[in-house]
Design a protein around this ligand. Structure first.
Ligand code: AP5
Length: 211
């Protein structure tokens, strides 16, 4: 079933965690702009060098850089896609509209206190990007990924100052997309404060059972 899905929501709301589950269930390509940027930064590619200072400070990477990166991945996603981290402002949403039709936008909502607690306990796999949490999703062995056995790390944009900046950027630039997509009649609200299984189940109720 071809389906093009966008996940919206503040940093730490659980978009990446749920995106992995939904992309498997619906057999669509998971496109995480944050993961792609971090991989490019780690490999010191031209794109990574351009993006590093923005990502490390919690600011948005310039629209043309991100939109070009997303376009090539959408073009390759013949079975549909799940966008996690894009669009992030109205200019990006308009650019996306010019590229492809979106079927569903899931708006993850969770208060500041919840997302700060989630971000402060997050651990990410260096190799496969699997996401853990020291309290809610602990790995079987401390500091080691259950899936690929690589080491876990804390992202460079998880310091308290950068988290505050990212939340501010979300409020100013990304939150207006809630109205943008509500007006387009594509938006469904998801209560992201629930436990992970319940959040996934709410998303499936919106998207349908799939094949
Ligand atoms: P990006 O990587 O997209 O970060 P983000 O949107 O800020 O979101 P996060 O990845 O921090 O959180 P998440 O919602 O995915 O939560 P997660 O599932 O990890 O972007 C990073 C940077 O890249 C940006 O600041 C910007 O510089 C740049 N960038 C990216 N896209 C861009 C764009 N389009 N334009 C310009 N710049 C761009 O979960 C968080 C934690 O909570 C985990 O530990 C998890 O285990 C836990 N958890 C998840 N769900 C639950 C739950 N229900 N209950 C308990 N714990 C939970």
């Amino acid at each position: 079933m071809l389906m093009n899905i966008v996940l919206l929501g503040p940093p730490g709301a659980g978009k990446g965690t749920v995106a992995k589950r939904l992309s498997e269930r619906y057999s669509v390509t998971h496109i995480s702009t944050g993961d792609v940027l971090r991989e490019n930064i780690a490999e010191k590619t031209g794109l990574g060098l351009k993006a590093k200072e923005f990502v490390d400070s919690g600011m948005l990477v310039p629209d043309d850089v991100v939109t070009g990166m997303v376009k090539s991945r959408i073009d390759a996603a013949s079975e549909g896609f799940l966008l996690d981290g894009y669009p992030r402002n109205v200019a990006q949403a308009k650019a996306l509209k010019g590229l492809v039709e979106v079927d569903h936008v899931l708006n993850f909502s969770a208060p500041k206190k919840v997302v700060i607690e989630r971000l402060s306990g997050r651990r990410t796999c260096r190799k496969c990007n699997a996401i853990y949490h020291v309290k809610y999703v602990p790995p079987k062995r401390d500091g080691v990924c259950d899936i690929c056995g690589s080491g876990l790390y804390q992202r460079s944009d998880e310091t308290p100052e950068v988290v505050i900046e990212r939340l501010n950027v979300y409020m100013e630039e990304t939150k207006p997309l809630v109205d943008f997509y509500r007006n387009e009649e594509l938006l469904s609200d998801i209560d992201a404060t629930q436990d992970i299984e319940k959040v996934v189940a709410q998303c499936i109720r919106v998207l349908g059972q799939g094949n």
